[in-house]
Write a protein of this length. Structure first.
Length: 403
C-alpha cells in the first residue's frame, strides 16, 4: 500500500467565539479560504494536483451549510477543478478529514489532498442544527442522553478526579500556551487573518488568560451543577445509567473546560510521488489512524479505547509514543487519558490546549495534529499521537512519525 505523508500544516489564530471576538466579522468560507490560500502560497502549489478538499465542520447550517468544503474552494485561490467534501464527526471532524485523506492516498485514490476544518462559533452557535440525539425523545431517552458537561462530570465522579486536579490542569494549560507563544513555537503554522484591505484582524490566539491561577479558578461556579441537579435533572438520568454512583460531582466550569472560539486549519497530505513531482519534502508519515464508538452517556472517554485500538492495530505500545496531543474538551478527559496509560504529564499537550486557546469544533483535530508535528520537529523527536473525545460517544486518533 502507498504511504501517506504530511507535507505542511497551518492554522489561523483562534478568536473568541462571541460577538466581540476579533474574528466575528469573518465567515466560515472566508476563514477556510485563508488557510487554503496559505497552503497554496507556502508550497507554490499547482492546486489542480489536489484530488479533493476534505473539510470538517460540526454545525452545518446557515453559512456553514451547503457543502462548506466546496464553497471554501470557490472562495479561495484554488482551481475550480478541485472538489470539496464536508464531513462531521463532531469534535474530531478536522482530524477525521486528515485521516480520510491519508487513507485515500494509501488506497491509491489520488496523489494529494488538502484536509482540515473550520468552525465559526461566534456566527453559527453550537447546537443550532438541532440534532436529533439531543432533541428527539425516542433516541435521547432510550440512550440516556445528557449534555457533554454532565458527561465530563460523570468521568470525574467515576474515576475519582477532584476539582483541584481539574483546575491544576487548566492552570498548566494556560501556562504552557503562554510560554509557547512567547517562545515562538506556533510561528511556523500561524496564518494571520486579514480583512479585504490586507489589514491584520488577528495574529494570535485571542482566548488565552495567562494570569489564570488556582485562586481565580476557585471562585468560579460549576457550570453544569444546576442542569444536573435542578430541572431537567440530568444527574438523575446519569444515575439511572450508572446506579453505582450515589451522586455526580460537578467539578467543571468555564476555566477548566475548552473555550468557544472561531478558527480554521489545513493540512497537505500526499504520497511520495507527489512530493517528488512538485519538489516538496514530506515532514512526517501518517503511520496509523483509528476511530471507535463508545458509551454515549459518559460520552467523552473515547481517547482511551481508540488509543488502545490504534496501538494494537499498528503493533506499537504506549512507550513508543514520544508526545501526545489529547484535546482538552474538559479537564477530566485529559486526566482520564493520563490515568489510563500512566503517561507522564510532561509529554501531554506540552504547548497547552483547548482550555487555554479554545476549541473551534470542526478545526481542532487538524490544529492539534499540526501542533504535534511542529513540536516533534522542534524537539527532534520521532513519533506522536493525536486523539480527541467525540460527542455521542466516539473517539479518533492518528499516529504520525517524522521522516
Amino acid at each position: 500500500m502507498t504511504e501517506a505523508y504530511l507535507y505542511d500544516a497551518c492554522r489561523t489564530p483562534r478568536g473568541k467565539g462571541k460577538a466581540d471576538g476579533a474574528l466575528h466579522e469573518v465567515s466560515a468560507p472566508r476563514l477556510s479560504a485563508t488557510v487554503l490560500n496559505a497552503l497554496k502560497h507556502r508550497n507554490d502549489l499547482d492546486t489542480r494536483a489536489i484530488e479533493d478538499v476534505i473539510w470538517g465542520n460540526v454545525t452545518q447550517v446557515a453559512e456553514q451549510g451547503a457543502c462548506l468544503a466546496r464553497t471554501a474552494v470557490l472562495a479561495s485561490e484554488f482551481d475550480e477543478s478541485v472538489p470539496g467534501l464536508s464531513i462531521n464527526r463532531f469534535c474530531a471532524s478536522g482530524l477525521e478529514a486528515v485521516n480520510l485523506a491519508a487513507n485515500q492516498v494509501k488506497g491509491g485514490a489520488g496523489m494529494a489532498y488538502v484536509a482540515g476544518g473550520v468552525e465559526c462559533m461566534s456566527r453559527v452557535p453550537m447546537g443550532s442544527d438541532g440534532g436529533a440525539i439531543a432533541v428527539d425523545p425516542s433516541i435521547a431517552i432510550a440512550k440516556y442522553f445528557v449534555p457533554q458537561g454532565i458527561s465530563a462530570d460523570i468521568i470525574a465522579t467515576e474515576f475519582g478526579f477532584t476539582r483541584d486536579q481539574a483546575d491544576a490542569l487548566a492552570v498548566e494549560s494556560q501556562k504552557r500556551a503562554a510560554e509557547a507563544w512567547a517562545d515562538g513555537r506556533f510561528a511556523r503554522s500561524i496564518v494571520p487573518v486579514r480583512d479585504v484591505n490586507g489589514i491584520e484582524i488577528l495574529g494570535h490566539d485571542e482566548y488565552m488568560r495567562p494570569g489564570t491561577d488556582m485562586q481565580s479558578l476557585g471562585s468560579l461556579k460549576p457550570s453544569f451543577k444546576d442542569m444536573g441537579e435542578v430541572m431537567p435533572g440530568f444527574d438523575r438520568i446519569a444515575i439511572m445509567k450508572y446506579p453505582h454512583l450515589e451522586r455526580i460531582e460537578h467539578i467543571h466550569h468555564a476555566g477548566n473546560s475548552s473555550g468557544i472560539v472561531d478558527g480554521a486549519a489545513a493540512v497537505l497530505v500526499g504520497n511520495r510521488a507527489f512530493g517528488e513531482k512538485y519538489g516538496l519534502r514530506p515532514r512526517a508519515r501518517i503511520r496509523a489512524t483509528a476511530k471507535i464508538g463508545t458509551d454515549p452517556t459518559i460520552m467523552l472517554t473515547g481517547p482511551v479505547p481508540v488509543t488502545e485500538k490504534i496501538l494494537r492495530d499498528s503493533g506499537m505500545t504506549i512507550g513508543d509514543i514520544d508526545l501526545f496531543e489529547v484535546n482538552e474538551a474538559f479537564a477530566a478527559v485529559v486526566l482520564r487519558f493520563m490515568q489510563a496509560f500512566d503517561v507522564d504529564p510532561a509529554r501531554v499537550n506540552v504547548n497547552g490546549g483547548a482550555i487555554a486557546m479554545g476549541h473551534p469544533l470542526g478545526a481542532t483535530g487538524a490544529i492539534i495534529l499540526g501542533t504535534l508535528l511542529d513540536e516533534l520537529e522542534r524537539r527532534g523527536l520521532g513519533t506522536g499521537l493525536a486523539t480527541l473525545c467525540i460527542g455521542s460517544g466516539m473517539g479518533a486518533a492518528t499516529i504520525i512519525e517524522r521522516v
